[in-house]
Design a protein around this ligand. Structure first.
Ligand code: KG4
Ligand code: ZN
Length: 335
């Protein structure tokens, strides 16, 4: 059974992992610091950093797994969605690697990879959800409620009609000048704040869809009004502001998720993607599952934000199905 090398380069993390079947042997990620000073990912700088990082990252992944390139049976890569220039680096590397070693290529969709991260095993142990289960996928670029009938039979029950949840959190952080990415900073500062200090309304959207652009705008206007009377308002109320905006966004996410799980009668609920690292969301999903008698699945923190281990597990299941990719496949930006 296969030893698989996987590559992730869709945004600003260069990552490589080695899996033996569904068991993770190594996972190495180089995060790019260069974007911090710009308050967001600069695509051109991201591609350049990927080019610098990819060879040492793959090298380290092979070393940590105690194997050499010749031992690898297949190479999986993120084909999209993501930044084209960033994807191109991982895609080209994977193709070169497969050509050089004469091994098959497996293309992976980044969103499917986030969701399938729940199936990664380490030291032969894991906590995989049973089918069917509902997964809230929340990242910097995507917000979707997905019903999984099987590994690749994913039915989208609802999704954002504008901004992603992570994007809204990052923008709120940017308005408060907290740095990029803002999610982890807001999470940390919110711990010392009162989540009910300020109320921000959530929009009424049909069904299981979301919208986050209005929340972001009302946060911006609220701050603008406060700053007129007190230029140090943000400085003085940072913790309460973080706790309140996080409470609003997480509450909205949970409210729709709960309705969606109920509507399809599933008993298993999961979260995935960068925002699933958020402590309020993790606590909220755990409490919801307890109240409803469901099982909750929270990915280990290291598999929430972008990583190649999740690309590897998705690649493994595709490998089992004999789904190999043609060398000519281009990356795609939108999925
Ligand atoms: O999945 P991911 O690494 O990249 C995309 O595929 O987009 O997600 C990145 C997002 C960013 O918006 C980041 O602020 C958010 O995940 N994030 C968090 C936390 N950690 C990362 N948001 C809230 N709380 C966190 N602890
Ligand atoms: Zn991602």
């Amino acid at each position: 059974m296969p030893l698989l090398l996987s590559i992730e380069s869709s945004c600003d993390d260069t990552s490589a992992a080695v899996l033996h079947n569904d068991n993770l042997l190594s996972n190495v990620t180089a995060s790019q610091k260069v974007h911090e000073q710009y308050g967001g990912v600069v695509p051109e700088l991201a591609s350049r950093a990927h080019q610098q990082n990819i060879v040492p990252v793959v090298d380290a992944a092979l070393k940590n797994a105690n194997i050499t390139a010749r031992d690898i049976d297949a190479v999986a890569f993120t084909r999209g969605p993501g930044l084209l220039g960033s994807l191109m680096v991982g895609v080209s590397f994977a193709k070169g690697f497969s050509q050089a070693l004469n091994i098959p290529l497996v293309e992976v969709n980044h969103l499917e990879a986030h969701v399938l991260a729940h199936f990664i095993r380490e030291n032969m142990e894991g906590n995989a959800p049973s089918f069917p289960f509902v997964c809230l996928l929340v990242s910097g670029g995507h917000t979707k409620i997905i019903l999984l009938h099987s590994h690749f039979d994913m039915e989208v029950l609802g999704q954002t009609i504008d901004d992603a949840a992570g994007e809204a959190i990052d923008k709120a952080a940017k308005i408060m000048d907290l740095g990029y990415p803002g999610g982890p900073v807001i999470d940390r500062l919110a711990r010392d704040g009162n989540p009910n200090a300020y109320k921000f309304a959530t929009p009424h959207i049909e069904g299981f869809d979301y919208s986050f652009s209005g929340i972001k705008t009302s946060f911006l206007y609220f701050l603008r009004d406060q700053l007129v009377g007190d230029p140090l308002f943000i400085e003085h109320h940072k913790a309460d502001l973080c706790a309140s905006i996080q409470h609003c966004i997480v509450g909205f996410l949970l409210q729709k998720l709960e309705r969606a799980v109920k509507s399809c009668g599933a008993k298993h609920v999961a979260i995935a993607g960068g925002v699933s690292a958020n402590s309020a969301l993790r606590e909220g999903v755990t409490a919801m599952a307890k109240r409803q008698g469901w099982h909750a699945y929270l990915p280990p923190m290291r598999f929430c934000t972008d990583n190649a281990a999740m690309v590897g597990i998705a690649g493994y299941y595709k490998y089992l199905r004999g789904e190999f990719a043609d060398i000519a496949l281009p990356p795609y930006a939108r999925g």
